[in-house]
Design a protein around this ligand. Structure first.
Ligand code: GLN
Length: 179
């Protein structure tokens, strides 16, 4: 609906899976996993509500669909966004702080270790959120400067950065394995 979805579709294709654009609740019927891209979480939330797709997503999660949220997508997955009353999917036991790494001009690339990856991953951070709290159901798979940036809870995966903007498919591969 909004944000960097095309790059995610390219990554999905690269790892040998089939990707489709999700715009209506009917589109959800055919998928095993949903990727919510980066963009503007307030805008994505408004569109989810306007297009009556918020509840169908929650229903599909109950019946086993996984979700991978990147950046704005991570905010939507969270149970709480600090200092914000925007609607959220309210699924993952994390609290996030929006724009916690600064403004657009302060966007940066950083390398960090990811659990079970042999080589570091280089992530691109664009007005990224931070995970400020998480509960014990949440597994932290990567940290940057002591802050969790990649987290997993059941079939939900969330990251602060944009893995779709690099050529590195390993995090998409991880999500594919989860679902
Ligand atoms: N700052 C955006 C938000 O709050 C997220 C930025 C991004 O997805 N790159 O929704």
């Amino acid at each position: 609906m909004q944000g960097a979805f095309q790059k995610h579709l390219d990554m999905v294709k690269k790892i040998g899976a089939e990707g489709v654009e999700i715009r209506t609740s009917d589109d959800l019927d055919s998928i095993d996993g949903l990727i919510i891209p980066g963009g503007e979480s307030t805008v994505i939330a408004k569109l989810l509500i306007k297009n009556d797709i918020m509840n169908p997503i929650l229903e599909r999660v109950k019946s086993g669909m996984g979700i991978f949220g990147t950046c704005a997508g991570m905010i939507l997955l969270a149970k709480k966004a600090e200092e914000s009353d925007q609607p959220l999917l309210n699924l993952m036991n994390i609290t996030v702080k929006r724009n916690a790494y600064g403004r657009q001009q302060e966007s940066f690339e950083a390398s960090f270790k990811v659990k079970n990856f042999d080589e570091p991953f280089a992530g691109i951070f664009i007005r990224s959120p931070k995970i400020t709290e998480f509960s014990k159901e949440v597994e932290i798979l990567a940290e940057f400067e002591g802050v969790p940036i990649l987290a997993k809870e059941g079939k939900l995966l969330a990251c602060s950065f944009h893995p779709e903007l690099t050529g590195d498919t390993r995090i998409h591969q991880l999500f594919l394995e989860m679902i």
